[in-house]
Design a protein around this ligand. Sequence first.
Ligand code: UT7
Length: 325
Amino acid sequence: MTSLRPVIRGTGHYLPARVVPNSEFTKSLDTSDEWIISRSGIERRHFAAEGEYTSDLAIHAGRAALANAGLDADAIDAVIVATSTPDYTFPAVATQVQDGLGMTRGFAFDIQAVCAGFVFALANASGLIMAGQARRVLVIGAETFSRIMDWTDRGSCVLFGDGAGAVVLEAQPGVGDTTDRGVLACDLHSDGRYRDLLYVDGGVSRTGAAGQLRMQGREVFRHAVEKLSATALAVLEKAGLQAADLDWIVPHQANLRIIKGTAQKLGLPMEKIIVTVQDHGNTSAASIPLALSVANAQGRFKPGDLILTEAIGGGLSWGAVVLRW
Ligand code: UT7
């Protein structure tokens, strides 16, 4: 049986020029390079410049992904941007990207599932492709979390960074089994009972202001290791695969201890895990496409490699996608 598979044809990313080492936080907070590295694995992060917005980061990353795919913007049918830090309340960042790339056709919208945003966007883009609604979708994760930090809260402000990553997803024929290239299965979850564990304390309807990030880190950590390994196993089961079949995991880059804990639960060695958290911090919805693009640029993926991505964030929302490169 032939079927349509959403295959990653190209990747790209963009990081703002300003690199902020851990040492910068020690000037204003009771913290240390040693604490941040030992508790999170983070050594540095990038912060957007004044006048540099989420849409700018997304446009750079989108352009890089198109170049990597060898495509012009007019070959794209849809743009999806996963973000919780849009330039404006509306319109969607994706429409700004569409215009920035010179696209005058197709459709564009944002997805907001916080740190799980890229996994949700990838699953939605896959659905559009398999339903015949779009042949090529530009899927972007872009964030400027530096704009919603409380700089007096050492438990959160040292963890996040700004950046963007993008993939071009393209419909390609498959035979309908796990040897196909492309997205093989998706697994998505949310549980709003846990929304107070990680949220932003402002918004249009409630305060009329953007607000600042609030996180109960220890509680989120506890949910993360348990839920990420569960969704990873669930997506593998949906696809008819096992953890031992995986060549790579490209996890959400929030905390090296969460990444290691999840790998351990799945019985996978760290050589199979793409880790960029030391250089980027937690860039929320941008972290997975950023890591995918960095690893691809390093030539780490071979055609046919089996890759799993997984993420959890505010909501709580979490999920995983398994795909063949
Ligand atoms: O991407 C969305 C999902 N988010 C996450 O996945 C984040 C999940 N959580 C985490 O990554 C970790 O919980 C943190 C990195 C946020 C914190 O690590 P932890 O090992 O859970 O530390 P903790 O919150 O239990 O805090 C331990 C101690 C506390 O002091 P006391 O109460 O033991 O005296 C904190 O006040 O560390 C203190 N602390 C700090 N010390 C130095 C908290 N932040 C800092 C800091 N520098 N920046």
